[in-house]
Ligand binder design. Sequence first.
Ligand SMILES: [Zn+2]
Length: 57
Amino acid sequence: MPPPRRSRKKPDPRAEPRCIHCGARDAEVISLFGTQAMTLQYRCRRCGTLFEAIKYD
Ligand SMILES: [Zn+2]
């Protein structure tokens, strides 16, 4: 049995990721490579928080 997930809804791959700090969808890509190969590094334009998000393409 697969592990449970918080959400089964697939995010829109074209949508900008949501800031983990303030929740704004207003982030710019600062690095194509995060700590994992499947992640991108973003910086929130609103609060300046750096975070990573999974890239879908
Ligand atoms: Zn933010």
